[in-house]
Design a protein around this ligand. Structure first.
Ligand code: ZN
Length: 96
């Protein structure tokens, strides 16, 4: 009977050890998953920032220093050699 009890205790010890190492493993996995989630969040935040930047620069308008039009998207304004920024129409005229 004593032997049986000892064996049972041994089995229980082993089971507890296994459970503990499994718990540790799961904790590690969870940690890794959290890190991955963090870097995914980070990537999403960066992507959003880049998108916002692109949208902002698309919405930004400037003034053509040739014809004076004020609603020219910055992306359409072209800098000429003298440093002036011209609208596409004026660029076209300039280059005739
Ligand atoms: Zn112009």
């Amino acid at each position: 009977m004593r032997v049986e009890a000892e064996q049972r205790a041994e089995v229980e010890d082993e089971a507890r050890e296994q459970a503990e190492s499994k718990a540790r493993e799961e904790a590690t996995l969870r940690e890794k998953a959290e890190q991955r989630a963090d870097s995914e969040t980070q990537a999403r935040v960066e992507a959003e920032a880049r998108l916002n930047e692109a949208l902002e620069s698309m919405e930004r308008t400037g003034t053509c220093e040739c014809c004076g039009r004020k609603d020219i998207p910055e992306n359409d304004l072209a800098k000429i050699d003298s440093g002036q920024r011209l609208c596409p129409d004026c660029i076209k005229m300039l280059r005739g």
